[in-house]
Design a protein around this ligand. Structure first.
Ligand code: ADP
Ligand code: MG
Length: 342
């Protein structure tokens, strides 16, 4: 549905997007995750046809954004970081205006009314936009993106500045829309992406440094994928027993955790899930298990670690996504400046 190939963008001499390639299938909800300044908005602006680029190509539903911008744009609903709302317009009036602007063919009143109901702004249709709360304004922006019923929705930080209740509402709306739209959603907030996306593209310093499911990203950092168990037992016997479990790499006692119980840290071999086997072993030993927890890294921890990495090569190594760069090795060695056209 969306095909981005070797995309680069320079602002003056500053390389804001650096050889980014990915493709998104119809019906996917993909999260763009990255710190502020990573290049998320720039990429989204390019895909939506609002910003030129320096190198590469972008197609939407097979249509090249440069060759046929009108047709490509018709397939995309865009909610920019700051939705371009006209404060002195009333909600319905604004959506009618967008309808005309997009030259939509559906029956006007019915189409706009349906959208207003969907994003729950039908109760404020005759209110001036300037008198609406931030949450309502964001939904009006959302409604604007939905006018014309585009297949693709590009949502740039759709929950920024909203309160927790509004965030949940917008999230639910995105999940609902995800049933029959292809969605790209950007955020620098991890829980947000984790809540609605099955696939995450991590952007850092203009480059794509990962493209995976949140779960796989966590698993790739498998050295952190350890388990902790608190057991009433003999310390040495238990280390021996747990070490004998298939797939366990090492067992360390963290010492006495409470009165009679020891806390153990169990590190599995790479890409191995030993939870069931470890649990069976403890059960078999007849000892009392007080707690058992998985230290699987959260997206939050991954993200922090990545952004603290010295450069994107180190970040990719941490993620085990070095392979992402392999095919681009040659071009990376080139001198970029000499490559670029205006
Ligand atoms: P994000 O959305 O991930 O926060 P942006 O795409 O907005 O990142 O910005 C990426 C980088 O490009 C930042 O360093 C930003 O300062 C720079 N940038 C964005 N827009 C412009 C512009 N119009 N002119 C110059 N630099 C820009
Ligand atoms: Mg941005």
């Amino acid at each position: 549905m969306i095909e981005v190939k070797n995309l680069s963008k320079k602002y003056g001499s500053f390389l804001a997007v650096d050889d980014v390639s990915f493709s998104i299938e119809k019906g996917e909800i993909v999260g763009f995750l990255g710190p502020n300044g990573a290049g998320k908005s720039t990429i989204m602006n390019i895909i939506t046809g609002y910003l030129s680029f320096t190198k590469g190509s972008v197609t939407v539903d097979g249509i090249d954004i440069i060759d046929n911008p009108e047709a490509a744009k018709r397939r995309i609903g865009y909610l920019p970081e700051i939705p371009p709302l006209y404060m002195d317009m009333k909600v319905k009036e604004y959506l009618y205006f967008i309808y005309d602007l997009k030259k939509v063919k559906f029956p006007k009143a019915a189409h706009i009314s349906e959208i207003m109901k969907l994003v729950k702004i039908d109760n404020v249709e005759n209110r001036l936009i300037k008198n609406l709360s931030k949450g309502y304004r964001q939904r009006v922006g959302f409604a604007g993106a939905l006018v014309g019923n585009p297949d693709v929705l590009i949502l740039d930080e759709p929950t920024v500045g909203l309160d927790p209740k509004q965030i949940i509402e917008i999230r639910e709306l995105i999940s609902k829309l995800g049933r029959n739209h292809t969605i790209i959603l950007s955020s620098h907030i991890l829980s947000e992406i984790q809540a609605v996306c099955k696939r995450v593209i991590i952007i850092n310093k203009g480059q794509m440094i990962a493209d995976d499911t949140p779960e796989n990203l966590a698993q790739k950092l498998s050295y952190d994928n350890s388990l902790n168990a608190r057991i009433i037992c003999d310390e040495k016997d238990m280390i021996k027993a747990l070490s004998s479990v298939e797939g366990v790499m090492s067992v360390t006692s963290l010492g006495k955790a409470e009165d009679k119980a020891y806390e153990f840290n169990i590190i599995p071999k790479e890409n191995t899930d030993v939870r069931a086997a470890v649990f069976s072993k403890i059960k078999e030993s007849g000892k009392t298990l007080l707690s058992f927890s998985s230290n699987a890294v959260s997206l939050e921890q991954i993200f922090l670690r990545l952004t603290e990495a010295a450069d994107n090569d180190e970040a990719r190594r941490l993620l085990g996504t070095d392979d992402l760069t392999e095919e681009n090795k040659e071009s990376e060695e080139d001198n970029y400046d000499s490559d670029f056209q205006a």
